[in-house]
Design a protein around this ligand. Structure first.
Ligand code: GDP
Ligand code: IMO
Ligand code: MG
Length: 426
């Protein structure tokens, strides 16, 4: 096989960055196809820690072609800062390709993101306030600005003029200060000049790589439960992080998607507002949050913590075509006497096995759990399945049974080396 999609199968922050970096050791191309700098992908190797936001996780390997595809919304200023930050840490020899069709995030998007959140009051989504929603909305509203526009000063002048006229009306209506054309133009035209050397038709590049038989990794951002179409709407992001979205967002044929690897934590977390059926509020949540350092990479917010939810995982498997799982942060569960896994929900006295569509029902479902004995042993040095404590083995096998998916990788620490592969699949 030559392509693999890495998908977050929960509410994001499952460890997609770690697994993409790990699998990138044998890949030729790494592609980010949606989201933007709302993502925070943490990578640890050789005693160094990196937190990537919009740049693909293959950037550390000079042999890898890193693609930021058409489905992304890219903040030019932030992307340049991220590259400068990497270069300052010695990551200078890299290959980067940015789609000419990717949309860009401008200052008014961030302002509108903040304002919408404020106006929503207690109904706020808890966005990362990076302007991702408003940028995707402009794309759908056909007033977005793309990379191919940004890198041509004359085109940029013309599209920015018409978009800003509309956006200023919006800002004014919301009581925010209007933005001056010259200020944005003069600043962003310079970013365009700096980014120009990376900008190309990445769909064409991917077709060439596919024809060559290259190994291509698609690095998802966010998670299926945050999907605009299939997630816990409206508490979702503004793009689709599913496997199905990859062909559209990267400009390749659907038949080229061979396998989808769902990344899932050994428990569940969520950052931001919205329904979370298996959320726990007692000291066990604090124990997991501290052991797993469950604080947002982008916004530093404490992540909400819950038991593993196999109803949500099964749903993610179905709508995203997940056929393998990578079980992350397994080490965090050591020292817990009794573990629970949600296998179904109860709603109005009926047992259901899928995610209800309405918020009202999602807030009312009662998770049904299987209870399992935990283990005390530290597993951060485990290098094979056989070395796991018996109860950890049973926990992993139970997940496979409940999700009808094979666990092909498990992870016992943040470092690249703390990754155990149970099967060769890429
Ligand atoms: P992503 O957005 O899916 O890439 O995930 P994040 O990087 O936002 O969050 C995952 C966090 O878990 C990061 O801090 C990782 O360094 C960390 N991590 C990943 N795998 C493991 C693991 O197996 N054990 C532990 N303890 N931490 C892990
Ligand atoms: P990675 O790729 C976790 C969440 C936000 C909020 C909702 C909408 O690191 O897994 P947005 O700024 O996208 O409009 O916010 O989605 N969210 C994430 N949560 N991980 C992410 O990315 C996220 N990207 C967005 O917290 O609830
Ligand atoms: Mg993250």
């Amino acid at each position: 096989m030559s392509t693999l999609v890495v998908v977050g199968s929960q509410w994001g922050d499952e460890g997609k960055g770690k697994i993409t970096d790990y699998l990138a050791q044998e890949a030729d191309v790494v592609v980010r196809s949606q989201g933007g700098n709302n993502a925070g992908h943490t990578i640890n190797f050789d005693g160094e820690k990196f937190a990537l936001r919009s740049i693909p996780s293959g950037i550390f390997n000079p042999k890898i072609k890193n693609v930021m595809a058409n489905g992304m919304v890219i903040n030019p200023k932030q992307a340049l800062e991220e590259l400068a930050g990497l270069e300052a840490r010695g990551i200078k020899d890299y290959q980067l390709f940015i789609s000419n069709r990717a949309h860009i995030v401008l200052p008014y998007h961030e302002m509108l993101d903040g304002a919408f959140e404020q106006f929503k009051g207690d109904k706020k989504i808890g966005t990362t306030k990076r302007g991702i929603g408003p940028a995707n909305a402009d794309k759908a509203n056909r007033i977005g600005i793309r990379m191919c526009d940004l890198i041509d000063p004359e085109i940029f002048k013309s599209v920015l003029k018409s978009s800003l006229t509309i956006k200023n009306m919006e800002l004014k209506m919301l009581g925010l200060s209007e933005l001056k054309f010259d200020d944005i133009y003069n600043e962003y035209v310079e970013y365009g000049k700096k980014l120009k050397k990376y900008v190309c038709d990445t769909s064409l590049l991917l077709e060439e790589e596919i024809e060559k038989g290259s190994k291509i990794l698609f690095e998802g951002a966010q998670g299926v439960m945050l999907c605009l179409d299939h997630g816990t709407y409206p508490y979702v992001t503004s793009s689709s992080p599913t496997g199905a979205s990859v062909p559209l967002n990267a400009g390749i044929a659907p038949r080229y998607i061979d396998n989808v690897l769902g990344i899932c934590k050994a428990y569940t977390t969520r950052v931001g507002e919205g329904p979370f059926p298996t959320e726990i509020h007692d000291e066990l949540a604090d124990y997991i949050r501290e052991r797993g350092h469950e604080y947002g990479t982008v916004t530093k917010r404490p992540r909400r913590v819950g038991y593993l939810d196999c109803v949500a995982l099964n749903y993610a498997r179905r709508v995203s075509g997940i056929n393998y799982l990578s079980l992350m942060l397994f080490d965090v569960l050591s020292g817990i006497k009794k573990l629970k896994i949600c296998y179904a929900y109860e709603l109005d006295g009926k047992v259901i096995n899928t995610m209800p569509a309405t918020l009202e029902d999602l807030y009312r479902v009662k998770p049904l759990y299987v209870e399992m004995d935990g283990w005390d042993e530290d597993i951060t040095h485990v290098t094979s399945f056989d070395e796991l404590p018996e109860n950890a083995k049973k926990y992993l096998r139970k997940i496979e049974e409940l999700t009808k998916s094979e666990v092909v990788i498990f992870s016992v620490g943040p470092d690249r080396k703390q990754t155990i592969r149970l099967k060769d699949f890429f």
